[in-house]
Design a protein around this ligand. Structure first.
Ligand code: PLP
Length: 391
């Protein structure tokens, strides 16, 4: 007979999911109610308001898609891109490549603007592509590239898009809650995130927001949105203002308790304080890694505090080290993706997992395992350097 599943007690310092705050786990376990229950409708309204706060937007079309970040990405593309359109996609890591897939599956043409992995999107190249493709209707890019740890200049890129009469689609899956995501300040048009990175919620929900311009584009479509499930016109019959809240799909009721709780926690901490906490723990981790002789892939100006992509030192067995971290320390860090596979580690300090205890645990564990693998180190120096940052 198959028994209940009890997960091991891990510390999640990879690229997501990140550690879930026990308050959210408690919220998830509250009794399920009907998805059209008046109490649930109130919860939905609060979630919309809290998401507007987190995204820093007044967009009325702001809601959680009932599926993970990838579905938020797809929702933006299928609603805003029609067959025959031209879309400029900036790619500087894995997720830009997925945007290209989405564009092509919408029957549109993707014009790729490539930058090296580990560098931000270069605005000049994007501007050149916008000039060279006056028919383009959308510019898509990733704000925080989780595969490399690089942050791009979203404000400048959104400004370029609107200056060339394009809508912007911006991936903030890894940024929301960890660094400044200023949807209205940027003038971004379609923005999607995920619950399992810096929001520290269970995976499976994707907050999204659309500007008035984006909504107008959806209304003016000549062909139906290819996805029934992600068609915003239909979804808004359930999530929209002043609607009858007609049944579209059954909302993941308990998952939304969790999202509500995580946003309540974020509101109590304050956005600026959350960003400052991520910056501080990153600084402590970086000080410790330097003592271990471990270098960052991304230059300091564009580094994400929540996703530390670092080069694996020569002579270290990547897989063995990560296995040992998991077995002896219950600690998960991320491996490299694509061209960075086997070359880097991705150490996440996301949301609830961004705390001094995790920084010190990770540095102490790396110190011990690297020495076991024959790397000569001044043992204890990494933890001491991090502690010095905390003061
Ligand atoms: C994780 C991630 C996604 C996909 O989110 P899922 O919840 O895994 O579907 C998309 N974009 C970026 C930048 C991500 O880090």
């Amino acid at each position: 007979m198959i028994g209940s599943f009890h997960p091991p007690a891990r510390t999640l310092m990879g690229p997501g999911p990140s550690d879930v705050n026990p308050r959210i786990l408690e919220a998830l376990s509250r009794p399920t109610i009907g998805h059209l229950d008046p109490a649930f409708i109130e919860l939905m309204d609060e979630i919309k308001r809290l998401l507007q706060f987190a995204f820093q937007t007044r967009n009325a079309l702001t809601l959680p898609v009932s599926a993970p970040g990838s579905a938020g990405m797809e929702a933006c593309f299928v609603n805003l891109v029609s067959p025959g359109d031209t879309v400029i996609v900036a790619q500087n890591g894995v997720f830009g490549g997925r945007m290209k897939e989405n564009v092509e599956r919408c029957g549109a043409t993707a014009i790729m603007v490539a930058d090296d992995w580990g560098t931000p999107v270069e605005p000049q190249k994007v501007e050149d592509a916008l000039r060279a493709n006056p028919r383009a209707s959308v510019l898509a890019f990733v704000h925080a590239e989780t595969s490399t740890g690089a942050r791009s200049d979203a404000a400048t890129l959104c400004r370029l898009a609107s200056a060339h009469d394009c809508l912007s689609i911006v991936d903030v899956v890894t940024s929301l809650g960890g660094i400044d995501v200023d949807v209205d300040g940027w003038g971004a048009d379609a923005v999607y995130s995920g619950t399992q990175k810096c929001l520290s919620c269970a995976p499976g929900i994707s907050p999204i927001t659309f500007s008035e311009r984006a909504q107008a584009t959806i209304k003016a479509r000549k062909t139906p949105v290819q996805s029934w499930f992600l068609d915003m016109d239909l979804v808004m019959g359930y999530w929209g203002e002043n609607t009858r809240r007609a049944y579209h799909h059954t909302a993941p009721v308990n998952a939304l308790y969790g999202l509500h709780e995580t946003l309540v926690i974020l509101q109590a901490e304050g956005l600026e304080h959350a960003w400052a906490r991520h910056a501080k723990n990153h600084a402590a981790l970086a000080a410790g890694l330097e003592q271990l002789g471990i270098e960052f892939v991304v230059s300091a100006d564009y580094r994400l505090p929540q996703l530390n992509c670092v080069t694996i030192p020569d002579g270290v067995d990547d897989a063995a080290l990560r296995q040992q971290l998991l077995r002896d320390y219950q600690l998960e860090i991320g491996a490299g993706l694509g061209p960075l596979a086997g070359k880097v580690w991705r150490i996440g300090l996301m949301g609830y997992a961004s705390n001094p205890k995790n920084v010190l645990l990770c540095l102490g564990a790396l110190d011990a395992i690297l020495r076991q693998q024959g790397i000569s180190l001044d043992s204890g120096a990494a933890v001491a350097a991090a502690q010095a940052v905390y003061g």
